[in-house]
Design a protein around this ligand. Structure first.
Ligand SMILES: NC(=O)c1ccc[n+]([C@@H]2O[C@H](COP(=O)([O-])OP(=O)(O)OC[C@H]3O[C@@H](n4cnc5c(N)ncnc54)[C@H](OP(=O)(O)O)[C@@H]3O)[C@@H](O)[C@H]2O)c1
Length: 179
């Protein structure tokens, strides 16, 4: 089975994925009257499971909507001991190094993964475990917040495979890791 780890994320022009206090309202700063999902459902069709950090999980749980994912979600945490009862069939808690996490997920039969969350993405990138970056840039400067990228010991090259424009304002670039 082909293994693949994909990041699909929105960032501000200055590279933040959430504001200083975790704000996400800016993601909706461009009017989107037809609710264009900008490839999100296509991504979910493509993957087997989602891997997300605890902060992102708690953010999603705080939205006043039904659970939005139709694929299994693995939540990374050393502090959470259990998940809400209504999500027990849909969410599994997991921890370890990024490679240990992947090995545990592969054992359960999930191979194509969507990797989500700030520190979670940093940790996977540091270990060179990301195959594709699909980055949607919202034309706003936040001036601070949770950065998409962090320090690396060595540069990592990516190849642009596709670029799309949504709502005449939002650019989405797909990059593949060049190895
Ligand atoms: N713009 C977007 O498209 C977008 C997408 C996703 C998220 N966001 C936002 O970005 C922010 C991300 O927050 P964040 O940087 O804190 O990142 P995060 O990756 O969502 O969560 C970090 C937490 O995940 C857990 N974790 C990560 N790696 C782990 C590992 N290997 N083993 C065990 N636990 C691990 C730890 O939880 P414990 O502390 O419990 O151990 C850590 O504190 C949030 O505000 C979120 O809403 C934005």
């Amino acid at each position: 089975m082909k293994k693949k780890n994909i990041v699909f994320i929105a960032k501000s022009l200055d590279g933040f994925i959430a504001g200083k206090n975790g704000e996400l309202d800016w993601l909706h700063s461009i009017p989107n009257p037809d609710n264009n999902d900008m490839g999100f459902n296509h991504l979910i069709d493509e993957i087997d499971a989602i891997v997300m950090g605890r902060t992102t999980f708690e953010t999603v749980c705080g939205f006043e909507v039904d659970w939005p994912y139709r694929k299994h979600v693995f939540v990374l945490s050393n502090s959470l001991k259990n998940i809400p009862e209504k999500l027990e069939q849909k969410v599994t808690l997991i921890n370890g190094t990024p490679q240990e996490i992947l090995d545990q997920i592969y054992e359960r039969g999930f191979f194509k993964l969507y990797i989500d969350g700030g520190r979670t993405i940093h940790n996977f990138i540091k270990e060179d475990l990301i195959d594709e970056l699909r980055i949607t840039t919202i034309p706003i400067l936040l001036g601070g917040g949770f950065p998409l990228f962090g320090d690396l010991t060595n540069p990592m090259e990516f190849e642009l495979i596709e670029s799309k424009l949504f709502l005449n304002q939002i650019v989405q670039n797909h990059y593949k890791r060049r190895k």
